[in-house]
Design a protein around this ligand. Structure first.
Ligand code: GNR
Ligand code: NI
Length: 172
């Protein structure tokens, strides 16, 4: 497995891309998932979308297990949300592509999705709690959407400018 560099702001050219569905699950997809998982564990993070390592394919990995617990990776391709609850939930989100920035985001508390699993089979899932939040955050990435798009324009523009300035000063 290999660690991959994570794309961060201000690189919106990459992070705003809309990723393409994969045709199926082959050895290349599995290798990318494995590399993404290693990269996510190392960061550390609880989720990662392929576009965050510069690959515009509709692939993501999630692992919500805590330090020292048995790892339980979830591999998802071509996810489609088929239902979302009217009930909302607030969670303080962060993103490996927006280091050291955290804000409360409101999203549907529960979602159902259809996706391709690691075996290349169609699967369905009903997610609640942090899993529902994280899945929506990752699926947003596949559509070029960042969690800062769910907060106020003032805060969003402020954080984007901060990363643009840091890059100009050679601090990224
Ligand atoms: O590691 C991550 N933590 C997190 C916390 C709250 C809501 C979403 C996330 S996902 C994030 C990793 C990441 O950037 N995935 O795209
Ligand atoms: Ni993210």
């Amino acid at each position: 497995m290999s660690l991959l560099p994570i794309v961060t702001l201000p690189d919106e050219k990459t992070l705003r891309e809309v990723s393409k569905p994969v045709a199926g699950i082959d050895s290349h997809v599995k290798k990318l998932w494995d590399d993404m998982l290693e990269t996510m564990y190392r960061a550390p993070g609880i989720g990662l979308a392929a576009i965050q390592v510069g690959v515009p394919q509709r692939l993501l990995v999630i692992d919500l297990s805590k330090d020292g617990e048995v790892k339980l990776p979830l591999f998802v391709a071509n996810p489609e949300i088929t239902w979302e609850s009217d009930a909302r939930s607030d969670y303080e989100e962060g993103c490996l592509s927006i280091p050291e920035y955290y804000e409360m985001v409101t999203r549907p508390a529960e979602v159902k999705l259809r996706y391709l699993n690691r075996q290349g089979e169609h699967a369905e899932m009903h997610a609640t709690g942090l899993l529902a939040t994280c899945l929506q955050h990752e699926i947003d990435h596949l559509n070029g959407v960042l969690f800062i798009d769910h907060i106020s324009r003032l805060k969003r523009e402020r954080v984007i400018k901060k990363f643009q300035k840091a890059q100009k000063l050679g601090k990224l």
